[in-house]
Design a protein around this ligand. Structure first.
Ligand code: ATP
Ligand code: MG
Length: 298
């Protein structure tokens, strides 16, 4: 059996417009600690394009073994250090090179990142406050968003994060991000810590809100089911060094998560992807692959 992960199955071109791509990576390599003994190639020559589809936006899922560079990719899009800037290559968002964080991008992480000393409402409207939106206006918009993410504006808006369940905290994180209407939403395993039923509810919530805001979503997950349900496309990554090995086009989420997950096409796709990921993980575990990701010093 070959040690190589077979080459990517490149999908057919999508419905593109002449607008600049929502997110574009060209030959992106990220080496951490370059020039030090700890030098490490996290991702190598990553190239992909997510089009800015008119009146739709797209959800792209990123799947791959731990350490393959999924968070590195997302944080490069976000313009967050130390992932930003790339060592080699270019990252552009909506046609402009990424030079740092910006209002066109919003990020939701796995760990609950609300401010502990702020109420739900004050967390949700934090970004509007930073933008100088008058109090009355931002509070009214905040209460709308609290309702949109399925919380009760009357009961929940005065609560503090420690009074909320994990699912509720992620609803707050989503509201806090979407209230700013970013064109690109970056989600790094946002539902990874939730129980399975809450997770499906959150997937439905995300699809509902995504239809409303029509943003481009980059969604990192370890769940193949979640990647297939949410993704218009799925990028499969391999490790040592981190790279994209497959780009697969899928139907956009059109039904509720529980319904979709009983459809035959869904099972077929999930099984195929599980097999693919096992193959990628097996290739990464072979001992001869352990050295290839380290760059020789000097
Ligand atoms: N700041 C850093 N300095 C040095 N190495 C780093 C840094 N951040 C990440 N790495 C390394 O780069 C590689 C890719 O990390 P990254 O966090 O992007 O992986 P991931 O795919 O998100 O993994 P996981 O699924 O576990 O979250 C890993 O080997 C990691 O140890
Ligand atoms: Mg990660």
């Amino acid at each position: 059996m070959s040690d190589e992960v077979p080459p990517a199955r490149v999908s057919s071109p999508s419905l593109t417009s002449d607008r600049p791509a929502a997110v574009d990576f060209q030959g992106v390599t990220k080496i951490y600690g370059q020039g030090t003994p700890r030098e490490y190639v996290a991702i190598s020559d990553v190239t992909f394009t997510i089009p800015d589809v008119v009146d739709h936006g797209e959800i792209s899922s990123f799947l791959g073994p731990s350490g393959c560079g999924k968070s590195t990719v997302l944080r490069l899009v976000a313009g967050l250090e130390p992932q930003h800037p790339p060592t080699i290559g270019t990252v552009t968002v909506l046609g402009r090179p990424v030079v740092g964080p910006g209002a066109d991008r919003g990020m939701v992480f796995q760990d609950y990142t609300s401010f502990d000393n702020r109420t739900v409402l004050d967390n949700v409207i934090f970004g509007l406050e930073c933008r100088g939106v008058p109090r009355r206006e931002r509070e009214s918009e905040g209460l709308d968003w609290i309702a949109k993410v399925g919380l009760d504006p009357r009961r929940d808006s005065g609560k503090y994060p420690h009074e909320l369940s994990g699912g509720m905290r992620q609803r707050v994180a989503i509201a806090r991000t979407l209230i700013l209407r970013p064109r690109v939403i970056l989600m790094d395993e946002p539902f990874g810590a939730l129980d399975p039923a809450t997770r499906l509810d959150m997937q439905d919530l995300l699809v509902r809100l995504w239809r409303e805001v029509q943003a481009t979503v980059l969604f990192v997950t370890h769940s193949v089911e979640e990647a297939v349900y949410l993704g218009d496309r799925v990028f499969v990554m391999a490790t040592t060094p981190g790279r994209i090995v497959d780009e697969i086009r899928l139907p956009a989420a059109s039904a509720l998560a529980r319904e979709t997950q009983s459809a035959p096409w869904f099972h077929e796709q999930v099984n195929a992807l599980h097999a693919r990921i096992e193959q990628v993980e097996a290739a990464a575990k072979r001992p001869e692959n352990g050295v290839s990701h380290r760059i020789q010093a000097g």
